[in-house]
Ligand binder design. Sequence first.
Ligand SMILES: Nc1ncnc2c1ncn2[C@@H]1O[C@H](COP(=O)(O)OP(=O)(O)OP(=O)(O)O)[C@@H](O)[C@H]1O
Length: 619
Amino acid sequence: MTFWKSLFSKEKPGKTPTNQLTLKERLSALRNLPRFFKLVWETSKWMTIINALLRIIKSATPLAILYVGKLIIDQVILISQHKTTFSSYHLWTLVAIEFGLAILSDSLSRSITLMDSLLGDKFSNHTSVKIMSHAATLDLDQFENSAFYDKLERARQQTIGRTILLSQVLSQVQDLITMAFLAAGLLAFNPWLIILLLVAIIPAFLGEAYFNDKTYALSRRQTPERRELDYVRFLGASDETAKEVKIFNLSGFIINRFKELSGQFYKDNKLLAMRRTVWGTLFTMLGSAGYYGAYVFMIAQATQGKITIGSLTFLAGSFRQLRSLLEGILIRFTSVSQGAVYLQDFFEFFEIQPKIVLATNPVPFPKPIKYGFTFDNVGFRYSNSERWANRHLSFTLRPGEKIALVGENGAGKTTLVKLLARLYDPTEGQILLDGINLREYDLDELRIQIGVIFQDFIRYQMSVNQNIAVGNISEVSNHPLIKSSSEQSMAHPLIERLPNKYEQMLGRRFNNGIDLSGGEWQKIALARAYMKDAQLLILDEPTAALDARAEYEVFQRFAELTKGKTAVLISHRFSTVRMADRIVVLEKGQLVEIGSHEELLQKGGRYAELFRLQAMGYQ
Ligand SMILES: Nc1ncnc2c1ncn2[C@@H]1O[C@H](COP(=O)(O)OP(=O)(O)OP(=O)(O)O)[C@@H](O)[C@H]1O
């Protein structure tokens, strides 16, 4: 597997998630339709009703137009042969009726298209909201899994793709009713013609079913590559990546990968499209042959005087329309059932359940915390990894205590704080809060009581106000709180220098946005920690980009501002770390030392070694 592929695919090479679909599978996929219609109904009840009514009325118009047409032709012939006493008044009335019907039919078609597109837009918005809401309930662990991303991607595609299914299913019902009307006339004339019709179009139906299967299998197989294509497109043309792409001169590398991927897509899709066109043309010819066979038979009947000319046009018209309707219905059946199979992907996404189980009878969160957080032989392994990121962790984080986590890159510091915030549950052992397993507390309440700022915090392309308020979004309009939080994190002076101050748009993506330096962004992100009155504050290297003086001041203040609160900080700077009450030294996920700065220096172990190494760097 190439480097790029390994980034995106966890599937074993050569193993595709789906094969060709059998008719049985197609039919069984149709059972997704009621659930689909429930979603449509949920989207807009009145639009669904109007759409259905318009379509029912529209289904009767083709037969009515054909029948009035027959009456007109018969009238014209009789009048021209002077065989009738009818005045031409009747004839013009009939013409006027047909004209009215034609206008009605056109207006109905346009109204149906309008309703389809309005309902489709609403449906797409409704399902997008549903996807986002469901995604919000899932675990971080699930987001880190590429098979999950494929499902999410397929579900997301469905929000747009499925609006087509909606009009297809409705059109199917409408055409079936129209067909019943038309077939009634033809059946009365000669039932064999209906059979001829069926025989002529079945090959086209089977061909369509076959190629739809191929398209589905191809599109499913291409999901990881399609995600990669989107990612490569993003890498090649985005404000976030432009700097590095230029410096490393990556554009050639990225463009080549894009060409390689898109070229492969084009090749696969072209081959299928060409085969489909050739076979489709052959099958259509067969359908035409059936139609002309029936036409010859009807003409013979008319020349022998067995039917009137009007009846000939009526029957030929009915037959022609029936053929295209039937063809449409059968072909559409394959895409409807195909759509129903795609729906399976959509509903499967909603079936993914979070693994972090919420407490059914949550224990009230202690206010204040009495004994602290206890790690009791905690071990954790990421689901996509064989290695333990944390193992045999046993220590207590006492209330009011400031603990610093140190250790080399990959030692398991961030994982430890993620466990504390219950972004994951331990694989083995348990974390207790005041003697009770963390799982017994309400997750939302736990998150309210814990303020975490991660090293890879998000730089929201939003206003300063919103960027700070994300720490406690319910207070987004509480300007005094936002201001005091920014004062505490030392962001206030820099915000005052911005043209629009707290209303300033940050980032370059939107109009009038201003980008900040790394350290300035960190000060803004740090302000989020002060937006709520959390009992435990976790700072995971959020000061790495601050200059030495700023970091010193931030932590001086931090100690003052978090008096009485429990805090965990991760930092690689020992000048900061030494301010903590106790220091936990991690190595390969395990706790190797714990104690105050002085104790650990005296001990002359790992911490002392790391401390001396850094001190040497400053000499
Ligand atoms: N989402 C993940 N999936 C799989 N493995 C992960 C994931 N995140 C981290 N790891 C692995 O877990 C181990 C511990 O990572 P962690 O991020 O906790 O280290 P850290 O001590 O915070 O490192 P750093 O100082 O570089 O931030 C590492 O070996 C890392 O590769």
